[in-house]
Write a protein that binds this ligand. Structure first.
Ligand SMILES: [Zn+2]
Ligand SMILES: [Zn+2]
Length: 346
């Protein structure tokens, strides 16, 4: 079978043929029908810091949907023919974090496409112990493959505690930002500003289609000034919640300045450098910064409901559908921001 491998500790990937994985007693073999390219795959491709832990060679990819084509002798929870997606993080179940019910913090969990072979392949082996979701009949593979990034954003929106009518901004119109726009719309936000750079013009256009009230090019406009102006101006103006999904440390500083006294900044982006925080403003104006990471099965169920009913739209976000053999094209489109979401169709 063909698969997209990270093979070297330098930028790049390789596509080549390997044997289809063997299935053990407690394993499941999935025929991958759609696998979506995530920011973390791009980090692995570019070989940015914090990815040294990858055991090479490894098949990348963790956002997927597919058909079960083989099950091990001891597997009773799913059957051949089931259409599924699954949570890519498989906690060890025995460390202290796992025992106290914080599997997100498990340091020795198996991470699909990072610590072990993932979904950018024709077939993928997962353990039956994974958190697996059967797809409703009217949920297609491509849409279902985006459950994972949507779940990341849903936790962030949950943590914001947003109330109907509150004013918000999303910084960074990548796939995570575009999902944030949609969930904020679903949550009844009174204003959704979305900001990006000149390179993001295509993504900002999609943001408007998906519910952003206004889009801003941060290279041309003063986003902090606009947030204040739109909320009455003066010392006590500002947004209720700002989501940072750009990964640019500068935008964390701006996010803190954009929220009103008592407002919240939710960080979803991964920043390669530390950000500068205006601490006095944070303290005197009782502002809060919250880091959002991971999800749980209950969040996944809610995401699948939103995707199945079409209340969250993925089709406008999918700009590329490519075979595994055109992997480089997909990664390069994501890096140059010509793509919103790239789907590999093995
Ligand atoms: Zn992902
Ligand atoms: Zn653990």
């Amino acid at each position: 079978m063909k698969a997209i491998f990270k093979t070297k500790r330098e930028p790049g990937i390789e596509v080549f043929d390997v044997d289809t994985p063997e299935v053990g007693d407690a394993d499941i073999l999935v025929k991958v029908k759609a696998a979506s390219l995530c920011g973390s795959d791009v980090h692995a491709y570019e070989w940015t810091p914090n990815y040294e832990f990858l055991p090479l060679p490894v098949i990348l990819g963790h956002e997927f949907a597919g058909d079960i084509v083989q099950v091990g002798a001891k597997v009773t929870t799913v059957s051949v023919g089931d259409r599924i997606t699954a949570m890519p993080g498989m906690p060890c179940g025995s460390c202290l974090c796992c025992q106290v019910g914080k599997p997100d913090a498990c340091a020795s969990r198996f991470a699909l496409g990072l610590t072990g072979n993932g979904a950018f392949a024709e077939y993928m082996r997962i353990t039956a112990g994974a958190t697996i979701f059967k797809l409703p009949e009217n949920l297609d593979y491509e849409t279902a493959s985006l459950t994972e990034p949507l779940a990341v954003v849903m936790r962030a929106v949950d943590l914001s505690g947003i109330k109907v009518g509150q004013k918000t901004a999303v910084l960074g119109p990548g796939p995570i930002g575009l999902f944030a726009v949609q969930l904020l719309k679903a949550a009844g936000a009174g204003l959704i500003m979305t900001a990006g750079t000149g390179n993001d013009s295509m993504r900002l256009k999609i943001a408007r289609e998906l519910g952003a009230d206004m889009t801003i090019n941060v290279e041309k406009e003063d986003i902090v000034g606009m947030a204040k102006e739109l909320t009455g101006g003066g010392l006590h103006s500002g947004l209720d919640v700002v989501f940072e999904a750009s990964g640019n440390p500068k935008s964390v500083t701006e996010a803190v300045r954009m929220v009103k006294p008592g407002g919240k900044v939710i960080l979803i982006g991964i920043h390669s450098r530390p950000a500068e925080i205006p601490t006095t403003e944070l303290v005197r104006q009782s502002k809060t910064i919250i880091g959002a990471y991971g999800y749980d099965a209950e969040i996944w169920q809610r995401c699948i409901a939103l995707l199945t009913t079409g209340k969250v739209q993925v089709k406008p976000m999918i700009t590329h559908r490519l075979p595994l053999t055109q992997a480089d094209e997909g990664f390069e489109a994501a890096i140059s921001r010509k793509a919103a979401k790239v789907i590999f169709v093995p």
